[in-house]
Design a protein around this ligand. Sequence first.
Ligand code: ADP
Ligand code: ASP
Ligand code: MG
Length: 824
Amino acid sequence: MKVLKFGGTSVGSAENINKVIAILNQQSQDTAIAVVVSAVGGITDKLLEAGNLACQKNLEYNQKYDTIWSIHNSVIEGLFPTTQNNEALRKQQDELRDLVSEKLNDLKQLLNGIYLINELSPKTLDKLLSFGETLSSTIIYHTLKSRAGDVVLKNSQELILTDSTFNNATVNFEVTNKNITDFFSKNTSPIVLLPGFISKSIHGEITTLGRGGSDYTAAIIAAAMEVEELQIWTDVSGMYTTNPKLVKQASPIEQLSYQEAVELSHFGAKVLYPPTVMPVLKKKIPIIIKNTLDPEAVGTTITKQVTPSGNSPIKGISNIENVALLTLQGNGMVGVPGFSKRLFETLAQEKINIILITQSSSEHTICFGISQNDAQRAKEAIDAIFEYEISLQKIDPIVVETDLSIIAVIGDKMKNHQGISGKMFSTLGKNNVNIRAIAQGASERNISAVIHKNDVKKALNSLHEQFFEIKTKQINLFITGVGNVGERLIEQIKQQKAYVKEQFKINLRITGLSNSRTMVVNDDGINLKHWKTELENGEKASLQNFFEHAKALNLRNSVFIDITANEAVSNIYGQYLKESISVIACNKIACSGNIEYYNELKALSRQYNASFLFETNVGAGLPVIDTLNHLITSGDKINTIQAVLSGSLNFIFNNFNTDTTFYDVVKQAQEEGYTEPDPRIDLSGIDVARKILILARESGHQIELSELESDSFLTENANNSDSVDDFFETLKADEAYYQGLYKSAQEHNSQLKFVAEFNDGKAKVGLQEIPEGHPFYNLEGKDNIVMFYTQRYPEQPLIIKGAGAGADVTASGLFADIIRIANN
Ligand code: ADP
Ligand code: ASP
Ligand code: MG
């Protein structure tokens, strides 16, 4: 004989019930089966909600009732479809609906009663909740029978006897086992159907076995009958390495020991109700968890002995939601025996279950985790019991922290491995998950940590990545500004994604995109094949909302990338860093603006363990800042920096000669996109000034833009022009002056270069005549060059040279920053 239990989703729709029936037909061919069913998915919660509403005198309980009614009705209609004008089916549907309506009428009476007396006792609650399983088993029984099955419906309340602890009754195994064996010894039917979850007390009252208790019903029957196996059919393909609803990469665990399964389920793996294991463990009956929606999937087998598989000593990671942490502390506790006894006795009297305990070795505090629903009751009871000590200020009133969760890593083999807790806590630390308390079970089968509920998803994903996917690190990018450079970056990511994943184990995902009009955020990563349409159809762009989305998703390794030239965007970096979201800025404003803001961002980056990178601020994709940082961190000192940092000015002076006019060359540079739309930004030298300022700051000098010496080579007219057109007119008018600059350079056998210099703590920019033989002399096209004279490179400078402008190289500079963060 086998016992099969089907959960809420498995019996949650006509479609799924048909799948259940197919499984039953197949399995009952070999052996007799007992089938335990849950309530239709979500109904137990709805019954509870309706009860609470009625009890609070809220008439909306009627609507909840209507929903319960229509959910069952649509299951019935789906199982007995009348569309083909089949008279027999219609009759069966009507009969079943009458039967179910009768029970639903009783439910309505009960709810009305709760409403009238304004009270919902635990006893009444059990009566209320029992409707779920009673209804589902009735529907499934009639369906099975109508399809010519030889099937019996047995009310589990006649078999499972409990005490009167309503909502979570304790089973009297002696009587229960006898009831079960007596019943099955007389049964001749190949299929016996039973409602899960519900039971009866010795006084004949309806009791229930606790939320999720249908698993337990099945285990009780399986153990009593010493069956060959217990199958738990649910909506996922087994017990997973962690909750698959929260971690997409989770995978089913093929084999687990009973102890591992107990730990995982105790610590929140809802797929198996924790008490389920005990009865079958004693009889060594294997538990097999299977997916009704995918019966072919292997599932999880839980047995005593597990053949070792894989290298990881960790079997799974689970979490318990809705936890409160209570702390009892005070000097009066030190060295005085009996405090913990009184504390825990009080909790026991209040029937409050303790999930986790830690005590500091100074004995100054005891900290324990309980369900948040019990927190207030616990506080009142404990403060009352220690009233005297509190009045003498020997101890403080108990402190309650709420909105917490527990996460736990679990595995039988953990005790034989060093360093697991180190890995666990450093992973959480790196991802900025604050840990409120830690406990390790003496069995060393479990290490748990209490964290804020908002961090659970991130913590589970990071730990899962660490212990089960070690090889890939997911990077979540939130990009704002998708002009030329942004578009190239997205293309590069699209093109390199598979390679980077394969070769470097980095999984790059774009989770947010924004331009000035619209934005789109997608937890699963935006599909890069049609990012443009997704962005176009996104919500209205808002800097703040974009940030709020990134914060709410709370994904590990999140990176905000600013590819705008917008000051408002640069002002928001601090907010990102404070959420431990790294920032990559293509935008120069933050690093070249007010020094205080620059310093603040650097400090936030350290404090919140998030990178702040801006390689593309100087020399586009050239590794200028990265090299400078390496020099400094390795102990070198920067003496002088000399550089040509403007691709546009280089282009202009490389093309300007006696055969051209200055006006024509600048116009050409503008038209070909080598300058900003307003070429004054380049020609005034301000852009170069910002770049050398950034290098000076990165070399450790606290200087402001205003302290920079900037020699403009433009005429006064040009400097004072009011518009771009006006500016171009001055170039025409002052052609002779510009020709003069060129000729002078010619006479001195030199080339004109706009040079930035940093020396002795001072920075300056200006046009210079560069003599033949100087490394700047032959600088071509729109190339940039930077020379570092340092303690280690005193005479022959360290030179970085190459294309210093252009969308492709700038995008690859951003790409390099992303990889730096991923490798961090
Ligand atoms: P049923 O109604 O079939 O009893 P439950 O909702 O009680 O189903 O349990 C199945 C659910 O448990 C899954 O849908 C999943 O969301 C959740 N779950 C949490 N942790 C795990 C885990 N480690 N493995 C599998 N499922 C898990
Ligand atoms: N229907 C009950 C619940 O939702 C029991 C179960 O599904 O196991 O808790
Ligand atoms: Mg369940």
